[in-house]
Write a protein that binds this ligand. Structure first.
Ligand code: KG4
Ligand code: ZN
Length: 338
């Protein structure tokens, strides 16, 4: 059987990335150009700044991805690109580059959903057996996803307000941590204790949805109140208390979903999948399940949790096998749904 090589583009937010992926499983090259420094002084991603940076680097990193994979265009079987969800101007840079490359070379084009990509970072680590279940947690999304097969996904739980990563970034700002704050808060959490007992919203509700805005408000109120009475709170305990609340609700609902749907594989995906507290708790809870309902657990490599083109290439391989190609009408869709 012939090897299938996919050149993938990702530009949905503040990372421009290209990769060459073999057979949906093997990373032959991966280049990630991050713009985080340019956005930090604004405390978040500035869409216009993001688009400009994507344009500056995208052709250069396309060449690099091909060179590192020791591939030329004739070795590429498909060109994949994230077309949503994300920032429309940012997405358009990747979509335009991929369409131009596809038109110039005649190589088929595959549009990929960014969230499907995050989940498929798992495929670069291990074989996924279906049905599978994913907890997909990033800066923009917090979802429990039932995966019937490699391309048919169903969202069974979602956040009603903030995404988990967004909550990390917002409370991080209160503590004076640079955007994106998740990694630092995670590190601080390991040096503190859950002394504040923040709320755990919707934990006992009979669904798979989440809410993080109440937790965020409780956190901010606690900090403001302490400021007013000139009391200095321990930042490590604040971080540990916040993280304990997030990890409790995410793992509680995920475990309920695993018990109900009995997936063969469990996948953690998205930027917040890099969180050590969450990784450890889920692995531990799943380990305690009886063997007949214990799924295989895939926690993606830390460097593949954040935005990257390798995961897009992995997801595109499954679409390739299903014959799901795009044409020259492919457009960015900022609110694309799985
Ligand atoms: O998936 P991603 O790179 O971008 C989106 O598609 O949103 O996720 C970025 C998010 C940010 O909110 C960041 O603070 C969070 O992931 N994050 C973390 C950790 N590392 C990154 N959150 C908690 N713990 C971490 N270790
Ligand atoms: Zn992402």
């Amino acid at each position: 059987k012939k090897d299938i090589r996919i050149l993938a583009f990702e530009s949905s937010c503040d990372e421009t990335s290209t990769a060459v992926i073999k057979n949906g499983r093997e990373i032959e090259s991966l280049v990630v150009a991050t713009q985080i420094k340019s956005h930090q002084r604004f405390g978040g991603v500035v869409p216009e700044v993001a688009s400009r940076h994507h344009i500056e680097v995208i052709t250069q990193i396309t060449k690099q991805a091909l060179e590192q994979a020791k591939a030329s265009w004739k070795d590429i079987d498909a060109i994949a690109v994230t077309y949503g969800p994300g920032l429309v101007g940012a997405l358009l840079i990747g979509v335009s580059a991929a369409k131009a490359a596809s038109m110039a070379t005649g190589i088929p084009l595959i549009g990929v959903d960014h969230i499907m990509g995050h989940i498929m970072a798992a495929q670069l680590k291990d074989e996924i057996e279906y049905p599978a279940l994913a907890l997909q947690v990033s800066g923009g999304h917090t979802e429990i996803v039932l995966m019937h097969d490699p391309i048919h996904f169903e969202i069974i739980g979602d956040t009603r307000d903030d995404a988990a990563g967004e909550a990390y970034d917002k409370i991080g700002r209160v503590l004076g941590v640079n955007y994106p704050a998740g990694k630092t808060i995670d590190e601080w959490a390991h040096k503190g204790k859950d002394t504040f007992h923040f709320p755990r919203a919707m934990m006992e509700d009979d669904d798979y949805d989440f809410s993080f805005s109440g937790l965020k408000s409780a956190f901010i109120n606690t900090c403001h109140h302490a400021d007013q009475i000139h009391e200095k709170l321990n930042k490590y305990d604040l971080a540990a208390s916040f993280q304990a609340s997030v990890v409790d609700v995410l793992s509680h609902k995920t475990m309920r979903a695993i018990k109900q749907y009995k997936p063969k594989t469990f996948i953690l995906g998205g930027g917040v999948a890099a969180n050590h507290g969450l990784r450890d708790r889920l692995a531990e809870e799943i380990e305690k399940l009886p063997s007949d309902i214990k799924p295989k657990v895939i926690l993606p490599d830390l460097k593949l949790c954040g935005d990257n083109a390798a995961m897009i290439g992995a997801a595109a391989y499954n679409l390739y096998n299903a014959g799901k190609f795009s044409d020259e009408h492919l457009n960015a869709d900022p609110s694309l749904e799985l």
